[in-house]
Design a protein. Structure first.
Ligand SMILES: *[C@@H]1O[C@H](CO)[C@@H](O)[C@H](O)[C@H]1NC(C)=O
Ligand SMILES: *[C@@H]1O[C@H](CO)[C@@H](O)[C@H](O)[C@H]1NC(C)=O
Length: 488
């Protein structure tokens, strides 16, 4: 009897201890969870250093195959920016160019509302002069200028070219000698087809020439027997020239003999000192499609947290870490863009109180060339309200360009900001890096790095500021997009 009573007491005591333990553990978990809804950030860590530190190269690129270093066009890691402070656009210019890019993306996705019929205005392309005159100014692809660049090799012998990489366009092009009409100033020597033994023109009556209509939005022209392409990017940026083939060298072992590209004879616009553009869209003429046999339409990249660091662009399935989670691409709606489903957004751990239809109505894309993420108006208003509440202790500052929620943080070395996370289809949650939450104009003006779309039916765009430091994996053949943390 006594032992029974004793063991009853003992087990009650154990139970009590256990309950205490769980209560304590639960409490501890709660505080941890609350803490993890904020980032403590040094303002200086969001600003680029004046010198380049390629830390991510050793972390990401060096051990991977088929990998190119990704550099911000205007940062200290870019040779294109060196000695050329005049060609470096201000943040204000970058943000207003960003709006032009977004406007042109919306126009491409909603073609019925776009009154410019590009195909008809450019069907007669017998000479390059007329071609230029006919280019519509407003519609078409817009470049923006917050762009990242990679270097590839073209021709035999191989010449190195620094190109803007752009998931929002398809045709790869570079400026070409003899620059029949005009070339802007670029850093690399301008590609010279006559000195490349592997170069050839694409003829007007080839199937490849007719693919240009979809890839550029303009019907091809014909100069004697050579196919002529024309592509415009809004902001009066454009490239027009011969449609060509030559050997593309990604790395020493990754060589593509008959790569189709534009050999630009008339080029103008916001290309900085780059040699042109690398198109990573989903169209058959993009580099993704043209290298499908080797890389199976698989590529990934990481954009560094500041422009004084480097990231990487990897073609093929190399070195994808296990922490990457995949969301399915949604239907492409016949464009070159990569559509994804945004399901919800949380600020400081609180899911924004908006209906699922807000994101469903508009749909969403991921874009490497849009700087600031665009949200449906209701989503942005809800985000801003929660963000302001959680930032209430900091003094506010006037709006800057397209950014309307700014703080004067000049009195602070470190600040505590709410976390922001996106949930994509398939329940893939992505926590943004602090560099994807704030844009630092200067210490006395630090702004929330999001903008509302003008119309609820405009597509949401997950832009490159928000992609910083993430490993972003495009498995185009597999129909899915992956996100991992700590990509560079
Ligand atoms: C390519 O076509 C252009 C225009 O017809 C011509 O001027 C050029 O010489 C051609 N290049 C080659 C290598 O055939
Ligand atoms: C910060 O930037 C704003 C906007 O360009 C400007 O008005 C202000 O004078 C700047 N402040 C400092 C301390 O540079």
């Amino acid at each position: 009897m006594a032992t029974l009573k004793y063991s009853f007491l003992l087990s009650s005591y154990l139970l009590f201890i256990l309950v205490l333990f769980f209560l304590k553990k639960g409490y501890a978990l709660d505080t941890a969870a609350i803490e993890s809804h904020y980032h403590t950030v040094q303002i200086s860590s969001l600003l680029p250093d004046s010198v380049c530190s390629s830390t991510s190269t050793t972390k990401g690129s060096k051990k991977r195959q088929s990998t190119l270093e990704v550099i911000h066009q205007h940062g200290p890691c870019s040779q294109l920016a060196q000695n050329n402070p005049t060609t470096t656009p201000s943040l204000n210019e970058i943000l207003s160019n960003d709006q032009s890019r977004v406007d042109s993306i919306q126009a491409r996705i909603k073609p019925d509302s776009n009154t410019n019929n590009i195909k008809n205005t450019n069907s007669n392309t017998n000479n390059l002069n007329n071609k230029k005159a006919n280019l519509p100014i407003q519609s078409g692809r817009s470049l923006g200028s917050g762009n990242y660049i990679v270097s590839i090799g073209l021709g035999t012998p191989r010449k190195t070219l620094s190109l803007i990489f752009d998931t929002g366009s398809d045709l790869t092009w570079t400026q070409c000698q003899p620059c029949v009409k005009s070339c802007y100033q670029q850093e690399d020597p301008i590609f010279s087809p006559s000195t490349s033994t592997s170069y050839s023109n694409v003829s007007c009556n080839s199937a490849q020439c007719s693919q240009l209509s979809d890839a550029t939005g303009n019907d091809p022209g014909c100069a004697t027997t050579t196919c002529v392409y024309a592509i415009q990017y809004g902001d009066q940026s454009f490239s027009v020239g011969f449609f060509s083939k030559d050997k593309l060298t990604i790395t020493a072992t990754d060589v593509f003999p008959n790569f189709l590209f534009g050999c630009g004879q008339d080029n103008q616009g916001l290309f900085g000192k780059t040699a042109g553009l690398l198109g990573l869209g989903r169209n058959p003429l993009s580099i993704v499609s043209q290298t499908a046999q080797k890389y199976n339409k698989h590529f990934s990249y990481c954009l560094p947290s500041t422009s004084s660091q480097t990231g990487h662009l990897t073609l093929g399935r190399n070195g994808i870490s296990r922490n990457v989670k995949f969301t399915p691409f949604s239907t492409s709606q016949g464009t070159s863009f990569y559509f994804i489903d945004i399901v919800s957004v949380s600020v400081g751990g609180r899911q924004l109180p908006i209906g699922r239809s807000v994101f469903k109505t508009a749909g969403g894309i991921i874009d490497s060339g849009t700087v600031i993420t665009r949200l449906p108006p209701l989503a942005y208003i809800a985000m801003r309200a929660v963000f302001k509440k959680l930032m209430a202790k900091y003094p506010t500052a006037p709006a800057y360009s397209i950014l309307d929620t700014c703080y004067d943080l000049s009195g602070y070395k470190t600040v505590t900001i709410p976390t922001i996370s996106f949930t994509f289809g398939g329940n893939v949650r992505v926590d943004l890096d602090p560099s994807g939450i704030l844009v630092v104009v200067n210490g006395s003006r630090v702004c929330l790095a999001f903008v509302a779309n003008g119309d609820p039916s405009d597509v949401a765009i997950f832009g490159n500021t928000q992609q910083k430091t993430l490993e972003v994996v495009y498995d185009v053949a597999g129909g899915k997009l992956g996100f991992g943390h700590g990509g560079c």
